[in-house]
Design a protein around this ligand. Structure first.
Ligand code: HEC
Length: 138
């Protein structure tokens, strides 16, 4: 494992330790509450192809293994990792809006519904969006 890959693993662990807090927030909603627009996901797909697909197969970011790793985390945690660490060879170089669009695309890949409200770029708002593999039982 390279040093950066190790750092990423450490960040992921630290994030998982902070999860209980995000879950207990009274205003929190989940990725099932239509948190992004279809237009964002479309732009995100283009950005992903250009900036991420060289190193990552789509399969890495959808399905049980991905959701298993992020289940119970917040959108902010995933956003933070992508924005601070990716692209691996050139971290933090995309405009913030493109990182948000890519996150929307990852949500789409995982079958989370799109809606009329755009995914916010603000950390405090992203923190309110819980990642979970299934909608809340109503
Ligand atoms: C130059 C190669 C490279 C590029 C380009 C790149 N990554 Fe990565 N990425 C890596 C490596 C290496 C790791 C750490 C090992 C791993 O998990 O694959 C990683 C890890 C990740 C992780 C955490 C692992 C997981 O499955 O949760 C995410 C999320 C991620 N990258 C997203 C992106 C996104 C989004 C982009 C485009 C903005 C991107 N990467 C561009 C090489 C790259």
């Amino acid at each position: 494992m390279s040093r950066r890959a190790f750092e990423i693993a450490v960040i992921a662990l630290a994030l998982s330790l902070g999860r209980a807090e995000a879950q207990n927030s009274p205003t929190s909603r989940s990725v099932w509450d239509s948190t992004y627009t279809a237009a964002q996901a479309t732009k995100g797909e283009t950005a992903f192809r250009y900036s991420c697909a060289n190193c990552h197969a789509l399969a890495q970011f959808s399905g049980p293994s991905f959701l298993g790793a992020w289940e119970g985390g917040s959108a902010q945690e995933l956003f933070h990792l992508i924005r601070e660490e990716m692209p691996f060879d050139n971290p933090g170089t995309l405009p913030r809006e493109q990182y948000v669009d890519i996150l929307a695309y990852l949500f789409k890949l995982n079958g989370f519904p799109a809606g009329s409200r755009p995914l916010p770029g603000e950390p405090l708002e992203l923190k309110q969006i819980r990642i979970q593999s299934k909608p809340e039982a109503k």
